[in-house]
Design a protein around this ligand. Sequence first.
Ligand code: GLN
Length: 380
Amino acid sequence: MIHSKLPEVGTTIFTVMSALAREHNAINLSQGFPDFDCDPELHDLAFRAMKEGHNQYPPMRGVDVLLDEIAKKYSALYNLPLDPREDITVTSGAAEAIYSAITAIVHPGDEVILLDPAYDLYKPAILLNGGVPRVYKLNSPHFKIDWSGVERMVNAKTRLIIINTPHNPIGRTMKESDLKALENLVQNTGIFVISDEVYEHLVFDGEPHESILKYPGIFQKGFATFSFGKTYHITGWRIGYCIAPKSLTREFRKIHQFNVFTVPTPLQYAIAGYMKDSRHYEELPVFFQKKKEFLQNALAQTRLKPLVSEGSYFQLYDYSDISDQPDVDFVKEMTIKHGVAAIPMSVFYSDPDPQERLIRLCFGKTIETLEAAADRLRAL
Ligand code: GLN
């Protein structure tokens, strides 16, 4: 018998629920991915890159043309001077970026502050590195962060804080005041920050995305992680990137090079070609907000009650008027009997409240899919 390093961990809920959805022919509003294709120009660009012979290992950090486009983008967005060769690394999705950053920072016994609920990959990555997760619980339905409470958890062993905005699964965004509080908290300490910003362009109501790249006091000790999958509707390409100051990037790459080494060359060229002179991301807030509102309106006649979603692919719904079942049982039954798959909220907590009755729905789908799902959910 192998001595498990993660005895408490099973298969991720996203894989479990998508498999259950397939098995029962259910509409899949569980795992966060679009059910529509990317711009066909991306297919052509990838094919062209292959035909042009970009089929061998790329440089470990990523191909220069892509690094240049990423640097250009953030200099336009935040007036941030980045050195494309030293501050940016192209990764195998944001997941690898986060995993590699945690591995670069966390030594055995180091404490890492997580805001709970938290995306499911952070905690196992901390544990695998011998770190000690310290969980600061946010409470539904507002999930407001009391930074003085977070500060009280800091001690001499605190090495890292992980933040996520827009937040998966709660769909909330951090505000300027949150980032300023975080900046105050980490300044003049040995605490690093990993910021999961994969939904950076899915922020609604004309609000700005608050990236750590805008806050020098955080960025000087920060790893900002991003996803082309979310921005270009290509989650299966598995390409993301990490932006961090040179001295942190140097350590980050020591892990990245022995973890995945590089990510597919032709796909990097394709994305670089697509990014050239493109401001496609400017359309995304309205594009996804319409989907969120469509689903919310379509569910207005049901007993599923929406919580506020300010960003991401996701919205939480309270089902307490429908059932008193625990959420894991409820989503399984909803998938099997009603033909719509969702994610139970409890899986994102270290210490779930057994009374909470919340599910996460992904609205990053076609209007037809959302309509069909709402039709089925009206029967709940
Ligand atoms: N980030 C996606 C979600 O939250 C899932 C990615 C995955 O399946 N690992 O649904």
